[in-house]
Design a protein around this ligand. Structure first.
Ligand SMILES: *Cc1c(COP(=O)(O)O)cnc(C)c1O
Length: 360
C-alpha cells in the first residue's frame, strides 16, 4: 500500500493509523463477529463507541458541562438554516460577518428566516483580511452574531474571537476546529462538518450552550430542532454510525499527538514553513494579510498562470495530490489539516522549489 500526500480541502486526509485500525476491525469489531457498521445504533457496543467519542471531544476542547455536543447529518450547509430556525426565538434579526464564500452562503440561507445585518465585510478588499474588532457594527436587536473562523476557499482565518457582548456568538468552524485551542465558553454555538478536521463526510458536529435550546421556530422540522437531538443524545433517528465511530478514532489519535495543544504546535510550524517558502520566491504568491493567513488552507498562485496545469501534473507525479484551488477561484491550494504531516508539507515545499528552479 502506498499512501500519497493528500492536500485535499475536504473530504480531506485522515491519519494513517486511524485508517489502519478501521481496516483491521472493519469486518469483525472487537471480536463481536460483525462490523460496527452493521450494529444497531442502540446496542451497548455502539453506544459505548458514541459516548467515548463525545467524551474525547469534550476532553480535547475542554467543553464545559453546560454545552451539549450533537452528532448530526446534513453537513455544515444544513447548519446555515438550522441556526436561524433554532436561535432567532422571538427576535427577527441576526448579525453576520462576511469574510468570503462560506460566510456568504450562511448569509444567503439565513435571509430566508431573518433580517440579516452584515455587520462587517472585507469584500471590497477581495477578502484579503478579516474585519478588525472595531469595524463590527453590531446591532442591539440581533439574536446572534455569526462568523466563519476560517474561510476554507480564501485561506483567511480570524486571529481573534469577536466580542458580541451578551449576544450569543455562533461560529462555522468547519475547517479549523481542533487545529488550535479555543475557549468554548466564548461561544453560544460552534459547528463543523466533519470532513475537514474530524473524520469522514456525513457527520456534522454541533456544540451548543444548553440555554439556547428549546426556542426553535414552530415550523422547524423535527430533524432540524437541536433540542430534539440533544434530548435523544443524537439518536432521535439513526445517526451516521460509521462516521461517528471513525471520528472517535481520530479523537483518540489526536489525544496521542498531545491533544489540541500538541497538534497546534505542529500546525503552526507547517504553516510557517509553507508561507515562508511562498514569500521567499517571486514565483509564488499568497495575497492574505499576515495575521489572517489560515494555518489550515494555504492558497497560492503562480506568477505565470500558464504553468498551473504543469504544476498540478508534476505535483501529482511526485505523489502530491489535490493541490488545485477551488473551482471558483483557481490557482493552487494546499490544505494542511491535522492529519497532513509535517513531512508532507516539507515534500510540497521541496517540490515547489524544484518546480521553480526548472522553470526559471
Ligand atoms: C466545507 C465547508 C462548509 C460546507 O460543508 P458541507 O459539510 O459540505 O455542508 C461550510 N463552511 C465551511 C467553512 C467549510 O469549510
Amino acid at each position: 500500500m502506498t499512501r500519497k500526500y493528500n492536500f485535499s480541502a475536504g473530504p480531506a486526509a485522515l491519519p494513517d493509523q486511524v485508517l489502519q485500525q478501521a481496516q483491521a476491525e472493519l469486518a469483525d469489531w472487537q471480536g463481536k463477529g460483525l462490523s460496527i457498521m452493521e450494529m444497531s445504533h442502540r446496542s451497548d457496543e455502539f453506544v459505548s463507541v458514541a459516548t467515548a467519542a463525545e467524551q474525547d471531544l469534550r476532553d480535547l476542547m475542554q467543553i464545559p458541562d453546560h454545552y451539549k455536543v450533537l452528532f448530526l447529518q446534513g453537513g455544515a450547509t444544513s447548519q446555515f438554516g438550522m441556526i436561524p430556525m433554532n436561535l432567532l426565538g422571538q427576535k427577527t434579526q441576526a448579525d453576520y460577518i462576511n469574510t468570503g464564500i462560506w460566510s456568504k452562503k450562511a448569509i444567503a440561507e439565513a435571509k430566508r428566516y431573518a433580517q440579516v445585518n452584515v455587520v462587517a465585510s472585507t469584500e471590497a478588499e477581495n477578502f484579503t483580511r478579516v474585519p478588525r474588532a472595531d469595524e463590527l457594527n453590531l446591532s442591539a436587536e440581533a439574536a446572534y452574531l455569526h462568523y466563519t473562523s476560517n474561510e476554507t476557499i480564501g485561506g483567511l482565518e480570524f486571529d481573534y474571537i469577536p466580542d458580541a457582548g451578551q449576544t450569543p456568538l455562533v461560529v462555522d468552524m468547519s475547517s479549523d476546529i481542533l487545529s488550535q485551542p479555543v475557549e468554548v465558553s466564548r461561544f453560544g454555538l460552534i459547528y463543523a462538518g466533519a470532513q475537514k478536521n474530524i473524520g469522514p463526510a456525513g457527520l456534522t458536529v454541533v456544540i451548543v450552550r444548553e440555554d439556547l435550546l428549546g426556542q426553535a421556530l414552530p415550523t422547524t422540522p423535527t430533524m432540524y430542532d437541536y433540542k430534539v437531538h440533544a434530548d435523544a443524545d443524537s439518536m432521535h433517528n439513526t445517526p451516521p454510525t460509521f462516521a461517528w465511530y471513525l471520528a472517535g478514532l481520530v479523537f483518540k489519535w489526536l489525544k496521542a499527538q498531545g491533544g489540541v495543544e500538541g497538534i497546534a504546535e505542529i500546525n503552526l510550524r507547517k504553516a510557517r514553513k509553507l508561507y515562508a517558502a511562498i514569500d521567499a520566491s517571486d514565483f509564488y504568491a499568497n495575497p492574505i494579510a499576515l495575521p489572517n493567513r489560515s494555518i489550515m488552507n494555504v492558497p497560492f498562485t503562480l506568477a505565470d498562470t500558464q504553468l498551473e496545469s504543469r504544476f498540478l501534473v508534476e505535483a501529482e507525479a511526485a505523489g502530491l495530490l489535490n493541490l488545485q484551488g477551488h473551482r471558483s477561484v483557481g490557482g493552487m491550494r494546499a490544505s494542511i489539516y491535522n492529519a497532513v504531516s509535517e513531512t508532507a508539507v516539507e515534500a510540497l515545499i521541496e517540490f515547489m522549489q524544484h518546480f521553480e528552479k526548472t522553470r526559471a
